[in-house]
Design a protein. Structure first.
Ligand code: C2E
Ligand code: MG
Ligand code: MG
Length: 813
């Protein structure tokens, strides 16, 4: 009986205790906001809406502010118990106002300066002589300008109207504002604007601070704790359920802001609040100290400022030592050792716990894991999570996502010529410029090196993506000024779309990468959308790369030979060796389908070596057996001249071992090769000349080389490209050009070979303007060695003019 009474009493007491807040009237408290109702304060509305305040026994009245209102006095004077303020709170405290900072919601402040200045080269200093509306009470602006050595007194300052339209109308040149606010209005008007972020000069402050007064903490410590906890719970909820809270604001809190604006705020705040990285409300003592130091160094805070009194301690430490001592004594001497052990273990556990729980450590670890330290953009790991989320969201809402893959063109050259420091600065500037075009910086990622991706989760149509990509390209190609250097770089962009091109993030990324590759292939400094055709080309390319590996070993290559004749007589003087690939699956494959790939993958070095050695061996045989004066022309690729030492060094020995006169060999190089800065080309050509090997400039007229280039290199022949020949007719511009080339070449002591002669008319015209040699289907197509041998034999005996076609090649062309 006695037992059951106790039990009933216990239940009653517990019930009463648990339900105290709801059993009695809720405690009324007031929260003074620092601005009009907006998503900027979402967490507080969420705490109210979801009953988090009520659970803690609180009835919270949320009061908006009118622009320019003093937020601190109502809290200090007890009209409101809590307030939301900027970092001016520090100065209020310093001037004797007993305010205490309870929690941080914004890990980064959203305060920025905004201008409509279009000139990229103008930095923050350009605002020195301008007219401005600055919120000078926001200490961070003052700190930023002071840090940038801008004298506010020399500026023309107007009273802040808090209306970005004044910037648009030209009333002022610069305004202070918030990155979650004014840019929306400027973007809506499609205006180009520039933001100066104090973070760029190391002024990285916390954003909105939740605060109270010392009196409130002293008189109502539990209420402060309860309010703080419920508010932060509300914030977590709001950031996880943005759409719902936007609707709550629109329904319950009178505001002139639109749904679109609130959504914009919600999105841009993600970066500042960092709800997924940092526990809500968290602040670091060290970071506050750093902020205080900046203020103090700028003379904006007294030297003796007591930070500890300013910061609220949400979990004051409990003196456990005493508890353990008492426990040890009570347990007696026999358990002393055991108690000691428990004590040590528990201290260890607390230390471990403290370490693990250390948000600061977490923040650093997170940053290292998810942010790129150079550009401060999100990194590859972060990208993987975010793209996944973006696709899930798009799937749920039946919307689309575009992925832009951006790679700088020839960035390696910048690193090589200007050093890695300049390269790093360039990457930082590229990141800045991207952030100016893409409103949500968190959607820009640096995957590594000079590769960036951008997730676009809201767009109207393809035209929007086209214009956005072009804006990015234009912005990135503007000059970069570092010290005295003015550098230029361009970028190539590939674009893939969800769900059109791919439904999973890996494929979407791969396709955007493939499209970027294609943009580079088409000449760089451009964007390309992914297409299936492009994908097929890339698959083919990958197959070729893989097949090339075993091609030499498996003797899949073959040389065909095409005669080069004296134009006037038709006599075969030379032969050009042209490679063919007997592909095990695709059959006879022409060089245009694989040479470029072999060049890019350096397979060409061994292939080129094989070509030279096979062609020269063949030549030796034909010179010995049929025509002792025959000359062999062999094509070479730029990649073969890339390195100081190369397989080419063995060619001279090879010729010697064949006892073949080096003069019987012509090495063909392309015109574009001699335009490139490549000292090895010059060196190798000199070696060729030294050994008596002749050099021909292939495809002449396609690479814009100048006379000075021709003079610089030791060249014996010019081969006029077939594009000139195919359009040759009486009085044509091509004919005049060919004539000019021939006159010029002859003046320089070079002979001229016309490529791609297909008609008698072309031959006649070329003869008339003094061309020396001809090559083309009119005489013969390239043909296998046996056919060429027959041709050589018959022509040696008859000295006739040919029109023999190789049936094998004919089918292919
Ligand atoms: P190229 O050196 O300018 O060779 C001439 C190309 O024009 C050959 O194409 C030839 O078949 C073609 N041709 C000859 N006469 C006529 C004509 O009257 N009309 C037309 N339309 N075309 C004609 P092919 O054999 O397909 O070779 C293409 C290119 O591949 C060559 O152009 C050369 O740049 C490269 N190439 C061929 N073999 C090798 C090689 O062993 N090494 C390297 N690095 N490149 C090679
Ligand atoms: Mg050639
Ligand atoms: Mg050519």
């Amino acid at each position: 009986m006695k037992n059951s009474v106790t039990k009933a009493l216990f239940i009653l007491i517990s019930f009463t205790l648990i339900n105290i807040p709801s059993a009695f009237a809720l405690e009324k408290v007031t929260l003074q906001l620092k601005w009009k109702h907006a998503f900027q304060f979402a967490g507080y509305y969420a705490a109210k809406e979801k009953g988090f305040y009520e659970e803690k026994g609180l009835d919270v009245n949320i009061i908006p502010a009118v622009p320019g209102q003093d937020i601190i006095s109502p809290v200090v004077n007890g009209f409101a118990q809590f307030g939301v303020s900027s970092n001016s709170l520090l100065q209020a405290r310093d001037s004797g106002k007993p305010v205490v900072m309870l929690a941080i919601v914004y890990q980064h402040s959203s305060v920025v300066l905004l201008t409509l200045e279009k000139d990229m080269t103008k930095g923050i200093h350009s605002i020195q002589d301008q007219t401005a509306m600055l919120e000078t009470k926001t200490a961070e602006i003052a700190a930023f300008l002071k840090q940038a050595n801008i004298d506010i007194n020399k500026m023309t300052l107007l009273k802040h109207s808090y209306d970005p339209q004044d910037l648009v109308n030209g009333k002022v040149d610069v305004i202070s504002g918030y990155s979650i606010d004014e840019p929306f209005f400027l973007e809506k008007q499609n205006l180009y604007y520039k933001t100066f972020n104090p973070r760029s000069l190391g002024i990285d402050f916390y954003g909105d601070n939740l605060f109270t007064s010392e009196k409130e903490i002293r008189d109502h410590p539990e209420r402060v704790k309860a309010f703080r906890e419920a508010s932060l719970k509300g914030w977590q909820y709001a950031m996880d359920n943005k759409e719902e809270i936007i609707q709550t604001i629109l329904r319950d809190y009178p505001t002139s802001y639109t749904y679109e604006f609130l959504s914009y705020q919600a999105e841009t705040m993600e970066d500042l609040v960092q709800p997924t990285l940092v526990e809500m409300g968290y602040f670091s003592h060290d970071r506050w100290q750093h902020i205080v130091n900046i203020y103090q160094n700028l003379g904006m805070l007294s030297k003796g400022f007591d930070l500890d009194k300013f910061l609220y301690d949400p979990a004051p430490s409990v003196g456990l030592a005493f508890f353990y001592q008492a426990l040890a004594i009570a347990a007696g001497i026999l358990v002393l050792i055991a108690a000691g052990l428990i004590y040590v273990l528990s201290i260890n556990r607390r230390l471990d716990h403290a370490l693990l729980e250390s948000q600061e450590a977490k923040e650093i670890i997170w940053k290292q894991a998810y942010l790129d330290p150079l550009t401060n953009l999100s990194n590859r790991r972060n990208f993987k999570g975010r793209i996944q989320k973006a696709l899930e969201k798009a799937e749920a809402k039946h919307t689309r996502v575009a992925l832009l893959y951006l790679d700088l063109d020839d960035f390696k050259a910048i690193n090589d010529f200007h050093g890695h420091d300049v390269g790093d600065n360039l990457l930082i500037e590229v990141a800045n410029r991207l952030s100016q075009v893409i409103s949500k910086k968190r959607n820009i990622y640096r995957l590594g090196g000079d590769e960036f991706t951008i997730i676009i989760d809201q767009f109207e149509d393809k035209a929007y993506l086209e214009s956005l990509s072009q804006t990015i390209l234009d912005k990135l190609s503007a000059p970069y000024c570092f010290d005295k250097d003015k550098l230029y770089i361009s970028a190539s962009i590939g674009i893939s779309l969800y769900p059109k091109h791919a439904k999973n993030s890996d494929s979407l990324l791969r396709y955007a990468d493939e499209a970027m590759f294609s943009a580079k292939d088409h000449g760089r400094n451009q964007y390309q959308f992914f297409t299936q055709k492009l994908h097929q080309d890339i698959l083919y390319r990958m197959q070729v790369i893989s097949d090339l590996r075993s091609s030499l070993e498996e003797q899949q290559f073959e040389l065909h030979y095409q005669p080069i004749v004296v134009l006037n007589t038709g006599e075969i003087k030379k032969a050009e060796a042209l490679i063919r690939w007997n592909h095990p699956v695709h059959g006879l494959t022409m060089p245009l389908e694989f040479i470029k790939i072999a060049e890019e993958t350096s397979h060409i070095i061994d292939i080129g070596d094989w070509v030279f050695k096979t062609a020269s061996k063949q030549l030796k045989q034909w010179r010995s057996e049929i025509n002792p004066d025959l000359i062999m022309s062999v094509n070479t690729s730029p990649a073969q001249y890339q390195y100081k030492t190369s397989t080419m060094d063995s060619w001279f020995d090879h010729l010697q071992s064949l006892e073949l006169d080096p003069h019987a060999i012509i090495i063909e190089i392309t015109e574009s090769m001699i335009m490139k800065e490549n000292s090895h080309i010059e060196e190798k050509l000199m070696q060729f000349g030294h050994h008596g090997i002749q050099v021909a400039l292939d495809d002449f007229g396609t690479g814009y080389s100048s006379l000075s280039h021709l003079n610089k290199f030791d060249i014996d022949f010019i081969k006029i490209d077939q594009t000139f020949i195919s359009h040759l007719s009486m009085h044509s511009q091509q004919l005049e050009l060919c004539e000019a080339i021939i006159i010029m070449a002859h003046k320089l002591g070079l002979s001229v070979i016309a490529e791609g002669i297909e008609t008698e008319e072309q031959r006649r015209l070329l003869m008339k303007i003094g061309c020396d040699y001809g090559q083309g289907y009119l005489f013969a197509t390239p043909m296998p060695k046996d056919d060429f041998e027959d041709l050589l034999r018959s022509s040696s005996s008859s000295q006739a003019q040919f029109r023999i076609m190789s049936s094998k090649d004919k089918n292919k062309q």
